[in-house]
Ligand binder design. Structure first.
Ligand code: PRP
Length: 215
């Protein structure tokens, strides 16, 4: 990718999306340094691409972009829906695909009592059950969600299912699928106007490799 006139600050999510996103960036022509994936540095300038990368906790990526300290960001649709920040969603990058689902023990039955639902995604879970007209008590957890139905904290969970291995190894099954999830390119609303040329250039580059992947 050739040098842009205006430097872009790009928020990248550390964790499960990171390697696939870095791979996509390289395929889009961004010459990332070899140590990009291993470095403990949180700000990584790539001057020849006209970009500085900030490495953030995934749930914080939309916050950095909404406040404009990052011009664009790479984030999962799950986080985007849950954080509900005021950003532009530019492009489905079509990577790190998984689904958001309701899961629980295979023999779980609705006994008429208000079920408890454990999740890292209380906004998504509440909306899903509200739209179905089902009253539930949502319990926010921060990880290892699959524990909740096994030890009796909750009746069901709302969580990401990727390979399905975590559910399987813990004796749980998908009850209902909520929505498919993939990684998105987002932009700050002001940057999108003020740095439109640079952002559009990056958008086009990404769009070309995403399309190729879909062939
Ligand atoms: C996610 C998710 C599931 C698991 C699903 O957890 O919350 O637990 O991955 O992946 P699988 O279907 O491929 O097994 P994560 O690894 O982010 O850990 P955490 O929820 O415990 O933080």
């Amino acid at each position: 990718m050739s040098r842009q006139q205006e430097k872009l600050i790009v928020a990248m999510p550390k964790g499960r999306i990171f390697e696939e996103a870095a791979d996509l960036l390289r395929r889009a022509g961004v010459n990332l340094p070899p140590e990009f994936e291993d470095s403990r540095k949180l700000i990584i300038p790539v001057p020849e691409a006209g970009m500085d990368f900030i490495l953030a906790k995934p749930t914080d990526v939309p916050t950095y972009v909404e406040y404009g300290v990052a011009d664009i960001g790479v984030v999962g649709k799950d986080v985007l829906l849950e954080e509900d920040r005021d950003v532009y969603e530019l492009l489905d990058l079509n990577i790190s695909k998984c689904k958001m689902a309701v899961a629980g023990l295979p023999d779980w039955k609705d006994d008429g009592n208000q079920p408890r639902v454990a999740t890292k995604f209380p906004r998504i879970a509440s909306k899903f059950f509200r739209e179905k007209g089902q009253q539930v008590e949502v319990i926010k957890l921060n990880g290892s969600i699959e524990l909740a139905p096994i030890i009796g904290l909750a009746d069901r969970i709302v969580d990401i299912v990727s390979t399905g291995q975590t559910l399987k190894e813990n004796g749980l099954v998908v009850h209902e699928e909520i929505l498919p999830i993939s990684t998105r390119l987002i932009a700050n609303r002001v940057s999108y106007r003020m740095k439109s040329e640079a952002i559009d250039y990056v958008y086009q580059k990404f769009a070309s490799v995403v399309e190729k992947k879909e062939d």
